[in-house]
Design a protein around this ligand. Structure first.
Ligand SMILES: [Zn+2]
Length: 280
């Protein structure tokens, strides 16, 4: 299984997961369909399925166009609001694409129908992968648009946090630098945060993605996975992990609002409700 990381829009990621044996491929959140199809053609693979993490425009909007080109395409997701949805999945459901296995992990909070996808390959020593959409980011977590701190706590600690530690984390946005700047504020003494931030800055200079990370790494620098750490508790003034998470998310929401003005086409999309204001 090979994962192609494709940067799209302002800071989104879509992914193409290729099964090398069968030359079939699965896309995750293919919001720029023509770019995806170009890559599918260049790689000489056949696109059979789409995994959609959630219904937001910048993740799901490509589904309809792909279905027009590929009427047999199966579009999976956990929310009826997902455009082009053909196969609704539920928590724990497993899908099989040749040697690639997918387990659907229901992670409601950013949206009430958010799904993460855990992928592993039969008879392959490679680490598994998890596609976390807007639930878990490198160094951060998604906004609680349609859910509670209790739900996100469950998602992060019980659902994603219990996956094998070597699982590669492929998230929905490139927010790593901003997330780690916030992590620095929360845990100024954490060396892993400093290291990862300078690494992320170097990647940014080279215009390279910071995905994937691993779950093990996330536990080392991501404050949203470090709710029992003394400094994280001190920063929030709370000790109950759910309360720590609630305060962390609130502080992150208010942390350095973007200075750049919003382009008119994005403003229009915001007004039409096609797009949510972005996490920063
Ligand atoms: Zn979203």
């Amino acid at each position: 299984m090979r994962v192609k990381v494709i940067s799209i829009l302002e800071d989104n990621y879509m992914y193409l997961v290729i099964d090398e044996q069968s030359k079939e491929a699965i896309a995750v959140d293919p919001a720029v369909p023509h770019r995806l199809l170009e890559i599918v053609n260049r790689e000489g693979v056949r696109l059979t399925a789409v995994l959609t993490t959630h219904h937001h425009w910048d993740h799901a909007r490509g589904n309809d166009a792909l279905l027009k080109d590929l009427p047999d395409l199966r579009v999976y997701g956990g929310d009826d609001r997902i455009t082009g949805l053909t196969h609704k999945v539920t928590n724990g459901q497993e899908l099989k694409f040749n040697t690639i296995n997918v387990r659907c992990l229901f992670t409601p909070c950013h949206t009430s129908g958010h799904m993460c996808y855990f992928l592993w390959e039969d008879g392959c020593p490679d680490s598994p992968a998890v596609f976390t959409g807007d639930t878990l980011f490198v160094g951060g977590c998604g906004k609680f648009f349609e859910g509670t701190a209790e739900q996100m706590y469950h998602n992060l600690t019980k659902v994603l946090g219990t996956l094998p530690q070597d699982t590669k984390v492929f998230c929905g946005h490139e927010y790593t630098i901003k997330n780690l700047k916030f992590a620095m504020l929360v845990e100024p003494e954490n060396e892993r945060v400093k290291e990862k931030l300078s690494w992320a800055r170097a990647r940014d200079e080279d215009d390279k993605p910071t995905v994937p990370s691993t779950l093990l790494e996330e536990f080392e620098y991501n404050p949203f996975l470090r709710l029992s750490e003394e400094d994280v508790q001190k920063f929030t003034g709370k000790s109950d992990p759910i309360e720590v998470l609630r305060v962390l998310r609130k502080e992150k929401d208010n942390f350095k609002k973007p200075k750049e003005h919003i382009p008119p086409h994005v403003m229009l999309a915001l007004e039409w409700g096609m797009l949510r204001p972005k996490l920063t």
